[in-house]
Design a protein around this ligand. Sequence first.
Ligand SMILES: [Zn+2]
Length: 377
Amino acid sequence: MNIRKLTTYALIASMAVSFLTGCKRDAEVTETSDTAPVPAVTTTAETTPETTEFKLYSADEYRNAGVNELNSVPILMYHRIYEMKNSETSYTGGNVDKDGYNRTSEAFEADLRSYYQQGYRMMRLTDYVDGNIDVPFGFSPLILTFDDGIRDAVLLGWNADGSPNFDPNCALGILEKIKKEYPDFNVTATFFVYDLLFENGEENDRKVMKWMVDNGYDIGNHTYSHVKLGDCDADEIEKQVGSMYKLLDDIIPGQYVNIIALPYGSPESISPDKPQYNKIFEGTYNGFSYTTKATLLCAWTRSYSPFVRDYNYTAIRRIRAYDNNGEDWDIQMNFEQLNNGKRYISDGDPNTIVFPASDNSSGDWLKNTYGHQVITY
Ligand SMILES: [Zn+2]
């Protein structure tokens, strides 16, 4: 990491900002007086600020919006959505089972509306892993994941135009409804599959998966038979990971994401004395070679910004989407913490990383810039 502060450039940039294409708020920015706080633009050796166009706001505008791209991102872990009212379960809130892995359709729809109203906007998990976070100024990223297959895509039949007719109370049915209702929510989710149970029948599910990846959803790897990879030897890991990628490659070639949701969150860490774990990230099974760019743990809390030191692409955290009266890391507890100063708030430009200078006072909290422009205020 070789970051130089280019204070002079920051001043020039702030004065020249109205000439930058793509600046939506010229009026406010050009009103900045010489004495107003000016954000500092820092750059890495990989970036070329002279040619990179980016949006720059005043320090007050960043502060007023709470822009902080070193803060945390909620990655929700859902399993199955059941067509039920909360009053029909014997468990807390929208939980369908004791531990809250499965959720009622009533609760899931309410979750989505709540995230939207709190200023969260969805983004793809694969973009997060790539450090490409594109949500509007002042809004926060939100990522949805579903484990254990595409059984949340319950098919009633096919429409005349060839699109699937989903049960309106399955996850896909609700997501598609919310997509129409809130076009700016950017509805998307990643589904992690193992084996393929083909609950809609094999031919239908192959078509459903193709439709999903063509319509804003992603499909990733949950191992072939839902095993604890932490307990497997190298050959078994290659088989579990490689054969699942191969199956995805047969159905949706080149359109699946090379990300694994680790069943049971195992292994929790990639320790150097377990070289077999390297097979999770790179291997060849039956002549089919694969790479994995990230692995997800099971639960419990918000995930680090991909830009900070403690972000670990081999152990990405998730929030278990369940209810427990605001305790033990349920949805409410996690979002109360996020909304109380922990949430990533975007500056609207995926090519910049903006945060209060005090948040990186140690100098090493910002670690991965992905070649982006760094702006502090
Ligand atoms: Zn699972």
